[in-house]
Design a protein around this ligand. Structure first.
Ligand code: SAH
Length: 493
């Protein structure tokens, strides 16, 4: 029983902390607000409950006292809870209030800091909140309160006399009023002022202005929430430090269908290229029971999937064996991800296929004498027969061990997939089972996929898509996420 109050960062899934990534998969319930990168939810363990308590479209789903009670109730059921908040939980996030309530009720909790939009907002638009010769301090201000009223907490005279940087949060609807009030209280109308909307996300927009003009500029650029308002000399640095070159996938919304444990990394890569990303895992890795063979009895091991590595290695470790048992046997792998997975267990592969599919493995072993060699091949159940046939043809003695199968995730549903699809213009498939599961989920509505740009990670997936009547318009040249991004770049919208 514990509540983790976790900062989910300002929006870019790449700005979620490693600590958050480590804790979330251990939690039974995820309680989340608006303004969190939704990709983070894919880190939840299978079957974890996901409760939305934010305010969609301005409508409050759950009032703060009820959220506090909910956290206590869930904890008292013995659950471990991830309470996810945008940015940092304690910067205008009511994290402190929730922590106090938990404390009063004897519930153990831990606050996990996150990168706040108050810092990431300016920085992502090329505005250093402090800068030598410009600003030696920075103040975070809530603009939530009515500017025309004195709240007792905000001292506008003081704010207007500020020499450092002012960063206003929650002020999108009051930009003009805030600027006018500062000027009215004595700040120069020429003071630089910048607006950063949807900072760190592919939707990010930036306006650099002055206090005198910012109200007008905000309206002209239709700036809306969420938005950071930066006031002070540093705002002018944006023009020099912000690179406004449009990113290659800007304007696209890409649906990632990878298994959830891989989705976050993929999503971050696409977001870095400027795409908006939606995640809907269409497959899950379901480990199969298998008997560990006598590892020392093989001449060659071939890992043809990154998922097979931890399953095989963990089995070895559980039997009190480790990498030394491989002795002099040679170890080969299908691609860089599998190579890295092996490295994590202290094994440097003897070779990585040049082309990341079974054909590439066979090609890599072209010069290797396989006749009479004993080959162990741990991989997915139902993988293509090609590799085994090709190795046998060359005289190898192959033991294929199915260590996992790919299944449709338990929480996948037609409605869920349809709503994820509705947002996307591009759907990325990374395995034949992904496309099979998509068709299974959609049933008679599979034609919907035809209205999207379909991308395949490589020729094996593309072949399956072709056979299933949903051909890919884009196939990656290198069979990795980076390869798909590269291929999509060449496509016009
Ligand atoms: N705890 C959050 C802030 C919550 S208050 C944090 O540390 O970031 C909500 C306000 O945060 C929004 O009104 C907006 O001013 C700001 N905000 C959050 N995410 C933002 C983003 N990606 N871009 C710009 N402003 C953002």
């Amino acid at each position: 029983m514990k509540v983790f109050l976790i900062g989910a960062g300002p929006g870019d899934p790449g700005l979620i902390t490693l600590k958050a990534c480590r804790i979330i998969p251990q939690c039974d319930v995820i309680v989340y607000d608006d303004l969190i990168p939704l990709e983070i939810l894919s880190l939840a363990k299978p079957g974890a409950e996901k409760l939305y308590v934010g305010k969609r479209g301005g409508k409050v789903y759950m009032k703060q006292p009820r959220i506090n009670e909910l956290l206590v109730e869930l904890a008292r059921q013995g659950k471990t809870i991830a309470r996810l908040k945008g940015g940092d939980p304690c910067v205008f996030g009511r994290g402190g209030e929730e922590a106090l309530y938990l404390k009063e009720h004897g519930i153990p909790f831990e606050i996990v800091p996150g990168i706040t939009s108050a810092i990431a907002g300016p920085v992502s638009a090329g505005i250093p909140p402090t800068h030598r010769g410009y600003a030696s301090s920075v103040k975070f201000v809530t603009a939530h309160e009515d500017v025309s009223k004195e709240s007792g907490f905000l001292d506008w005279k003081h704010l207007a006399a500020e020499k450092g940087t002012l960063v206003f949060l929650m002020g999108a609807s009051r930009i003009k009023e805030i600027a006018e009030r500062l000027v009215q209280e004595g700040m120069s109308p020429d003071t630089p002022c910048a607006l950063v909307q949807d900072a760190t996300t592919p939707l990010q927009r930036r306006v650099v202005s002055t206090l005198a003009r910012v109200g007008h500029d905000a309206r002209e650029h239709a700036i809306g929430s969420p938005c950071i308002i930066v006031v002070g000399a540093v705002a002018s640095l944006s023009k020099e430090l912000f690179d406004d070159i449009p990113r290659p996938l800007a304007g696209r919304t890409v649906l990632i269908t990878r298994p959830s444990h891989l989705a976050l990394q993929t999503a971050s890569l696409f977001a870095d290229s400027g795409a908006r990303v939606a995640v809907y895992p269409l497959l899950d890795i379901s480990p199969l029971p298998f008997d560990l063979p006598d590892v020392s009895a093989f001449d060659l091991f071939i890992f043809a999937s990154q998922n097979a590595v931890p399953l095989f290695m963990d089995k070895m470790l559980a039997t009190n064996l480790d990498a030394r048992s491989f002795g002099k046997s040679r170890i080969y792998c299908i691609g860089p991800k599998t190579r890295d997975a092996l490295l994590a267990y202290g094994i440097r592969a003897d070779g990585t296929a040049g082309e990341y599919r079974a054909e590439g493995i066979v090609e890599m072993l072209r010069e290797t004498d396989l006749s009479g060699k004993r080959v162990c091949l741990p991989r997915a159940r139902g993988a293509r027969g090609y590799l085994v046939d090709a190795l046998k043809e060359r005289g190898a003695n192959v033991l294929e061990i199915p260590v996992y199968e790919t299944v449709l995730p338990k929480d996948a549903s037609k409605e869920g997939f349809l709503s994820a699809l509705a947002e996307a213009d591009t759907v990325v498939f990374t395995s034949p089972s992904g496309i099979r599961h998509a068709i299974e989920l959609l049933g008679d509505e599979q034609d919907l996929l035809r209205s999207k740009r379909l991308a395949a990670i490589g020729p094996v997936t593309a072949g399956a898509m072709q056979r299933l009547g949903l051909p890919a318009q884009v196939t990656a040249g290198e069979y990795t996420d980076e390869g798909i991004i590269e291929a999509l770049k060449g496509e016009s919208l």
